[in-house]
Ligand binder design. Sequence first.
Ligand code: AMP
Length: 500
Amino acid sequence: MLSHHTLGCSPYYFRYGAAPRFGGGGGGSRGGPPQGKFGNPGERLRKKHWNMDELPKFEKNFYQEHPDVTRRPPQEVENYLRSKDVTVKGRDCPKPMMKFHEANFPNYVMDVIAKQGWAEPTPIQAQGWPLALSGKDMVGIAQTGSGKTLAYLLPAIVHIQHQPFLEHGDGPICLVLAPTRELAQQVQQVAAEYGRASRLKSVCVYGGAPKGPQIRDLERGVEICIATPGRLIDFLEAGKTNLRRCTYLVLDEADRMLDMGFEPQIRKIVDQIRPDRQTLMWSATWPKEVRQLAEDFLKQYVQINVGALQLSANHNILQIVDVCNDGEKDDKTLHLVIHLLLRLLEEIMSEKENKTIIFTETKRRCDELTRRMRRDGWPAMGIHGDKSQQERDWVLNEFKYGKAPILIATDVASRGLDVEDVKFVINYDYPNSSEDYIHRIGRTARSQKTGTAYTFFTPNNMKQASDLIAVLREANQAINPKLLQMAEARGGNSYDISIL
Ligand code: AMP
């Protein structure tokens, strides 16, 4: 491990930067039920003990790879995933499907899709459909707007069509839990649109509205139930519905449900569902509380991240921020940053694993820094958008195979660049947004490895301080007090910002 002894212009640099990660961190409201608001929900619901031999068997793998998908060369698949910034973690994930017809959905579903006039599946659909259709548990890190509703609802329709018909007194086969009434209603509209043609019935169950109509729908028998947790618990306790037939469970916006204090309710509900169900969990962020839910509820799951939407940093990255401020003058600060950068690189290059990407803001700065470093004998190469594709490919290859362990780059390399063994990312200039920051530092710690990100933060970047703090907090990183001071000086209420 690199020692941090000689680095940094702030005395907190080492202490905070290299300190063990704090537990808990940001968020604040996560985890605890809002006592009093819900009383003790589900008090009368007993945890079920399952005898797997007695439960009726059911099918959950309906996936048959389309010949067009089978024929598609691995390189093309890889390029697709990379260009859409999709990352997949977990074993035996099927290939994505890039066209609607490759999903083999029933005709009545395809007819509804055709009417929308969409060009192709969204990335989360492309990778989510084959996964969900194959019966696997999955986590999707995606936000509203990514097409995630259809990513789980269309496989749900296929799942339901393969199950025995509902009988009198049966509860839903597919349960979608959502944090808010608005989201639940939105999901149900989609379920109704696609379910209509397939004669599947759905109901939306949420608090703050009369119970009567919701109960009547449930009692009539529905294949799909979309619910907020509190009202569903009410109905389960009162015996208005049950989850004996539920074999397809969706947790939508899991992070938000936890933020709203629904964890105890969710756990009570999930306890009522047979453990060999298929579970799909969706979240915009991936903090440790959500990871814990996934560990508890999902089995050997595959995780899909759509990078462009991923707003939280990989937790395997140690993030160190050096706040540099040498007087009022910009050029003095710049001088200091270069000085610090070179000292940092000396330390890094003495490490056995030392592959490093340095990000600059502009092409000009990239060229200047590359020239200066090469002149001083550093094994560095530059890459940016003005270089020809051929030159970029060549530079990347040199970097990939370790001939030049230092890559100096603009944001052309911040997304999609997948070099397995990058150990360090240095933000020589701070990027334009915290999303870019997350992508840049995500070039290290690929596939479960660890990595370190160093960031030089100057008064010019002050307006980004609050956002950066939110990212650090979400990842349970120690925070340089100078950064906090900067955020405060700007009047930002940085303490309350959690990344969502
Ligand atoms: P969602 O993320 O599920 O809230 O979906 C966001 C919006 O994207 C909705 O208006 C959908 O109708 C739309 N949508 C879903 N799938 C696609 C697609 N493949 N192409 C274009 N738009 C889509």
